[in-house]
Design a protein around this ligand. Structure first.
Ligand code: MLT
Ligand code: ZN
Length: 461
């Protein structure tokens, strides 16, 4: 009997297809590790024409497709657990071109973020979006989730850096969106619709990225703080007086995990909160200004200790305290909340949320860290050894429902930067109105009339 997959192989004879159990497992999951991978097979297209062939075949046979990048996602957006064909863009990982006049870099979607950084640097420029999974995540996945990270406070999210996209829509059409124009006032901006759509509208086959001038030389500072309120006070002070590139916080519990995972202690003593901040410090005057601000915070009691990196190796060691958190928590099967509110709403939201979490998780370890300067908090709940996976997730989902209610009253979002995927799907309506969700579904229907692209992600199929 000829299967649909045989027919795909016959239509696209040079398409690489994987069907071994090990491959199905490897490509069928992301970093959530909650769902059992069960894809039909893995397709590794080499170019846009093959992607288009796959999408047309999927429409003919009504086979669901899961677009796949580095699978470092934390919301289940790239999970294939129901016989889908995974479309891994990992072979489409080349630089297509650099345009000096436009200051753009055109790349294929499977390029790791770190390789994009290196390619930009070759031209004396930077691609400024950055985060800890840079070595394994792909630019296509970054676009699918509108990834943020550690430099949003200076540069914004992925969305700001997309000049143009080539996309194979769910109906099989190849779309060239915005054609890298700086000014384009000719109707709907589908490029921005695709950014953050989690593979539900189309598959990105080429991205033209805006590049920026490298920032001035920076200094990295680690601060120890006595309270969450102090973190916010110091943020306001530092933002007013220094040109911040990053302002990230974490708690003592996060520090304990990251130190146990091999990072080096940088400040002696035990303090409840820490901040890693980076700011422009190109000359003696700006470095002096940073010391003055630090001294003022120390005198006011909002900072209790601090250290300024004296070398790039020391700066990297300070950053490891923040960037190593995700990896150090992974063995504890964390349930991850990734929430945001307006920066101005952070203090009121934090107080309500702290009370909620203390009440609902009395005997469970909760780790806080994140991009406090963007109003984005990561709340990681660690699974106790004596609780089953199912009971743990059920409890976390109950609390997330309550958290979603608090977020709604503060006008926040249930996903700041990880995406909705499968994990946050039940809570989408805390962030988006019924009218908005109806429009989102309508848009999806136009791009993907047969619902073959990443069904079940973002909202139920
Ligand atoms: C981070 O900020 O480190 C990432 O969003 C990853 C995470 O939340 O675990
Ligand atoms: Zn983050």
């Amino acid at each position: 009997m000829t299967t649909a997959l045989d027919e795909l192989a016959a239509r696209l004879p040079s398409l690489r297809l994987l069907r071994e159990p090990g491959d199905l497992e490897h490509y069928g999951r992301d970093w959530t590790r909650r769902w059992t991978p069960a894809p039909l097979a893995i397709a590794l297209p080499a170019n846009a024409a093959e992607v288009q062939g796959i999408v047309r075949w999927a429409n003919d046979h009504r086979v669901a497709l899961v677009p796949s990048g580095g699978r470092t996602g934390l919301s289940g957006g790239a999970v294939a657990a129901h016989g889908e064909l995974v479309v891994s863009l990992s072979r489409m990982n080349h630089v297509v071109g650099f345009d000096a006049a436009d200051r753009t870099l055109t790349v294929e979607p499977g390029m790791p973020l770190e390789a994009v950084h290196a390619a930009a640097r070759e031209h004396g420029l930077i691609y400024p979006v950055d985060f800890a999974s840079r070595g394994s995540c792909s630019i296509g996945g970054n676009i699918a989730t509108n990834a943020g990270g550690i430099r949003v406070i200076r540069y914004g999210t992925t969305r700001e850096w997309i000049a143009g996209l080539k996309v194979v829509a769910g109906n099989g059409e190849l779309l060239e969106l915005n054609r890298s124009l700086v000014k384009n006032s000719s109707g709907y901006d589908f490029r921005q619709l695709v950014v953050g759509s989690e593979g539900t509208l189309g598959i990105v086959v080429e991205a033209t990225l805006k590049l920026a001038e490298p920032p001035p030389p920076a200094q990295t500072m680690l601060l120890a703080l006595p309270s969450m309120d102090a973190v916010l006070v110091v943020f306001r002070l530092f933002r007013a007086r220094l040109a911040l590139q990053a302002f990230e916080f974490f708690t003592d519990i996060a520090l304990r995990h990251v130190l146990a995972h091999g990072a080096q202690r940088a400040i002696d003593g035990e303090f409840p909160y820490y901040v890693v901040t980076e700011y422009d410090a190109p000359d003696a005057a700006t470095q002096e200004a940073a010391l003055t601000v630090f001294g003022e915070a120390l005198e006011a009691g909002s900072v209790v200790d601090g250290v300024i990196a004296q070398s790039s190796a020391q700066a990297a060691a300070l950053w490891r305290l923040r960037e190593g958190i995700t990896e150090s928590l992974a063995p504890h099967k964390p349930y991850k909340n990734d929430v945001s509110v307006r920066i101005g709403a952070v203090p009121a939201f934090l107080h309500e949320m702290q009370a909620l979490l203390a009440r609902e998780y009395p005997h469970i370890e909760v780790v806080w860290f994140g991009h406090i300067g963007d109003g984005n908090l990561h709340i990681n709940v660690l699974k106790p050894d004596d609780l089953s996976d199912d009971a743990f997730i059920a409890q976390c989902e109950h609390v997330t429902k309550l958290l979603a209610g608090v977020l709604k009253t503060h006008g926040g979002s249930i996903s700041a930067e990880h995406g909705i995927g499968l994990v946050k799907r039940p809570y989408l309506d805390s962030t988006r109105s019924a009218a908005e969700i109806a429009l989102m579904r309508g848009v999806r229907k136009v791009f993907d009339p047969n619902g073959i692209l990443n069904p079940g992600k973002l909202f139920e199929a």
